[in-house]
Design a protein around this ligand. Structure first.
Ligand SMILES: [Zn+2]
Length: 310
């Protein structure tokens, strides 16, 4: 059974709801989730404003569409703690934690973080790939530090019990967050630069810095974060990323953040052999071939992330 620490289903929901579709999660996603033995998800609240729309308006629209979908999906239970997740699992429901992917919607107003916390978001990134009032994403200047509000945001999140997610953050921001860390810091969906040198992935030093906070790193199936050579954008190579993380940090710090986006069309593909969540077993099969024990695979599949979400 798998807990996927980064899923973009709500973006599919908001786009299709705008086109008049209903029961999007049940029709489009439930069959794949069941086929892949997905017991739980972390659903990201991500803003991608349409022309003429603000980040805040787009986020409000996503949350409204999400509420409608949750009400129409009796098989899905939105949870806030690992205990609630286990309870939902016992009742044969798929559980969903919430996270925030980019806080551009709050501007520089920290009260916006309170609203995310009230919704139940357990962790969040300060940016997506953009530069905003808090921080700079991996698509921007690698040397721009967190802003004063960004530093306050990190402290406030930790106070509220919301973990800071450094996936998407630039290198300088990463260092700033680690310097402010009083609780575990995670990278919910990032791979290893040692195997695929792109700004969205992490150096070995960054992996160790996350480990030292007690945090975790989630392997990401997006093809361009797995290998530069298209021939090697495979589930086997993704498993190599997981093994490298385990070697550098210890297996207790490796989780799944598969970031499946193939359902958004060309350019968004996951690796060969792990094209969507229905093929999750292939990933664990490769971990087994690379020598991970059943107990270690269980930690990667669900145990490590649930430990942090107690
Ligand atoms: Zn992302």
């Amino acid at each position: 059974m798998v807990l996927d620490g980064h899923a973009d289903l709500l973006y599919d929901v908001v786009r299709r709801a705008a086109a008049g579709e209903t029961e999007i999660l049940t029709r489009r996603h439930l069959p794949r989730l069941r086929a892949g033995s997905v017991e739980g998800l972390v659903l990201a609240i991500w803003a991608a404003p349409e022309v003429g729309e603000t980040y805040a308006e787009n986020t409000a629209r996503m949350l409204a569409a999400a509420q409608t979908e949750f009400a129409a999906s009796p098989w899905l239970k939105v949870v806030r703690t690992a205990a609630e997740a286990e309870q939902a699992k016992e009742e044969k429901q798929i559980y969903a934690f919430l996270s925030v992917e980019g806080m551009a919607a709050i501007g520089g107003d920290l009260a916006g973080i309170d609203r995310y916390a009230e919704l139940g978001a357990r962790f969040g990134t300060l940016t997506w790939n953009e530069e905003n009032l808090l921080a700079t994403g991996a698509g921007g200047d690698p040397d721009r530090p967190l802003t004063a509000q960004g530093r306050q945001a990190v402290c406030w999140m930790q106070k509220l019990g919301m973990m800071v997610d450094v996936s998407h953050l630039n290198d300088r921001g990463f260092r700033d967050v680690i310097g402010l860390a009083e609780r575990p810091v995670l990278a919910s969906h990032s791979n290893c630069r040692a195997l695929c040198d792109v700004p969205r992935n992490l150096t070995d030093d960054q992996l160790r810095a996350i480990r030292d906070t007690g945090g975790v790193v989630g392997v990401n199936s997006f093809h361009r974060f797995v290998h530069g050579d298209p021939q090697q954008q495979t589930v086997e190579m993704l498993a190599r990323h997981a093994c490298h993380m385990a070697e550098v940090m210890g297996v207790e710090h490796v989780v799944c953040g598969f970031d499946f986006c193939g359902y958004f069309g060309p350019g968004n593909e996951s690796v060969q052999g792990l094209e969507d969540c229905s093929q999750s077993a292939n990933f664990f099969h490769w971990l087994e071939r690379f020598g991970m024990t059943a107990q270690e695979r269980e930690l990667v599949a669900r145990g490590n992330l649930l430990r942090l979400l107690r």
